[in-house]
Ligand binder design. Sequence first.
Ligand SMILES: [Zn+2]
Length: 283
Amino acid sequence: MFLHPIEWPDDKKCAATITFDIDADSLIRDACRDDAELRLQPISMGRYGPTVAVPRILETYRRLDLTQTFFMPGWVMENYPDTVEAILKDGHEIGHHSWRHEDPMGHSDEQEAELFERALEVHVRMTGRKPRGYRAPVYSITPAMVDRLIEHEFLYDSSMMADDLPYRLKTTKGEILEMPPHWGTDDWPPFAHFAEINYLMQVRGPSAGIGPFFEEFDVMYEFGGFWMPVLHPFLTGRLARWHEMEKKLEGILAKGGVWFAPLEKIANHVQSNGGTLREEAIG
Ligand SMILES: [Zn+2]
């Protein structure tokens, strides 16, 4: 079923990584710059992520012995240092996710470069190293950003959707891996209800919202693919939804043959065993 299948280590059937984007209240701070501090409801909805959901998610990962990936805007890292510390203490990866979730379509590339560097400095200061992976806010990645990631020697981006499996992006500046997300394993469509950013979805119940992510998993497992939910603690970290996720995760772990790892580790494997990867030219 795949044009360019990838062999996973230790004869595992498929690779899997759960990515959480910890946007917290950066979304409302950026969407309503003039009066965000007055809007306590969306601020509180975002703050639920790092303060209530992330400790719950980390507890599950400790119990199930999973090491995974979180993407954080630099502004969120600075404002929630305990969250950064707790994630690093358990050995998880933190990827670059902009400064304060600004959509690059709303400003010049010069400004985008400045925001990117500002966030990069926070990563180095708080984690002790440059991140290896990047995900654009709302997947809004530009050709200039791909070149910027290549110049900064990032290993991978995770914002584009041109394949089911990891693939190679090439530009005139060089190349980088793409670890592709897609909307079928993203929790905004089933769960987001956010008037201030004009995203008012019909909210699904826990099993109706979570179930489709695992239908995607079943097919990736069958064909030896790559499963990567893109989740948000303030959405999927709510109690009933996370409880549903936990039950489903326990089920697929019991099947065996799934290589759960942080995205960086999967990208490293793909990079070193990637002779047959599909290539996509940008720009
Ligand atoms: Zn985000």
